[in-house]
Write a protein that binds this ligand. Structure first.
Ligand SMILES: [Mn+2]
Length: 344
């Protein structure tokens, strides 16, 4: 089936599902990135236009990365926190850019969403969801929502178009990683409606002073081993920093894999990156957290989390060893000598 045809059918089904409903909860990852934020706002736009629903957009409560905070501010979003949601209040629950049971969102286990729109590989629990649109070949969830907007004849206002454009560009790293023709089409559609000056401002979003301390710690802790750089941030109040450091280290010219870990919300959070296409970062991270946590992702970028039981230093050290060993084993770098990336 052609993409446009599929989108048409999906939109029709979505419209039927929204009909006569009043309250929609739109759930994202705990720490939403630009793609999640843009997709959520686009779904809210659809729900307002196709039906007449009031929407709440929910995340884990922290938006840390400078660009993400800049985007939230620009969109004027009043994000809600999973912990404060009364699920009975909503007629429908939607998830965007994540799925039930992935571990990167705090949707309670007993709550099954009605709608899941995502570009990560499909999860078992998602198969029981009434409305799903999972396109793992797409570079961004926002691209799926852009197709819906076009199909529904809705012109996105400037902030939404800008957010969607930014979402597709950042998830695909300007087409430097997994993307498809559909992502390029979405960008082409969005350009005339977006504010390009704003894109630059979001990209250079302000960061708190503590950002530089975390960056310094991350670099000081970094070790190069074989094709990989590994580092840890310790306790963070901003899990986005873990992903940001993993991205940054991947630019080193002898490195094809990076792993960064940190502790947030009583769990170890892991970000994994690789520069080689066809590498299964998602698979590697699942191997790393096996029996201890959850994880998943794409070919070139993935994340995982392991809940702490006691939270003691010993437990942390054990988990760190476990994760690192399994990571090095998965990429064939065990036993290779490790060197510091920078002078301590
Ligand atoms: Mn995404």
């Amino acid at each position: 089936m052609r993409a446009a045809e599929k989108t048409g059918l999906k939109l029709q089904k979505l419209t039927e599902l929204l009909a006569g409903k009043n309250f929609l909860l739109i759930a994202m990852q705990d720490s939403p990135d630009p793609d999640s934020l843009a997709a959520a706002v686009a779904l809210r736009k659809l729900a307002n236009n196709l039906g007449n629903l009031q929407c709440s957009i929910v995340c884990g409560g922290t938006v840390g990365r400078g660009e993400n905070r800049a985007l939230v501010k620009y969109l004027g979003l009043n994000l809600r926190c999973y912990a404060e949601v009364d699920y009975d209040k909503y007629d429908l629950i939607a998830m965007v850019d994540t799925q039930p049971g992935t571990g990167n969102n705090s949707l309670p286990e007993g709550v099954l969403p009605d709608i899941v729109i995502d570009h990560h590989p499909i999860r078992r629990r998602t198969r029981s969801v009434e409305f799903t649109d999972i396109r793992s070949g797409y570079g961004a969830a926002s691209t799926i929502l852009v197709e819906y907007l076009i199909e529904a004849g809705i012109t996105p206002e400037t902030p939404l178009a800008t957010a969607l454009l930014y979402g597709v560009r950042s998830d695909t790293q300007d087409f430097g990683r997994e993307s498809s023709r559909a992502d390029i089409d979405a960008i082409e559609f969005l350009y005339p409606f977006a504010n390009n000056r704003m894109i630059g401002e979001i990209q250079r979003g302000k960061v708190p002073r503590v950002y530089y301390q975390m960056l310094a710690d991350a670099l000081r802790n970094a070790r190069a081993q074989g094709p990989a750089i590994i580092t840890e941030l310790g306790d963070v109040d901003n899990p986005d920093m873990i992903a940001e450091v993993a991205d940054l280290l991947l630019r080193e010219d002898e490195t094809t894999w990076t792993m960064c870990t940190g502790y947030w919300n009583n769990k170890m959070v892991i970000s994994l990156r690789t520069s080689e296409e066809n590498n299964l970062a998602g698979k590697v991270v699942r191997h790393m957290v096996a029996r201890k946590g959850t994880g998943g992702g794409h070919q070139t970028y993935a994340g995982g989390q392991i809940p702490l039981v006691k939270g003691t230093k010993t437990e942390r050290e054990e988990i760190e060893r476990y994760v690192e060993e399994r990571f090095l084993e998965a990429i064939g770098a065990q036993g290779k000598p490790g060197v510091r990336l920078v002078r301590a």
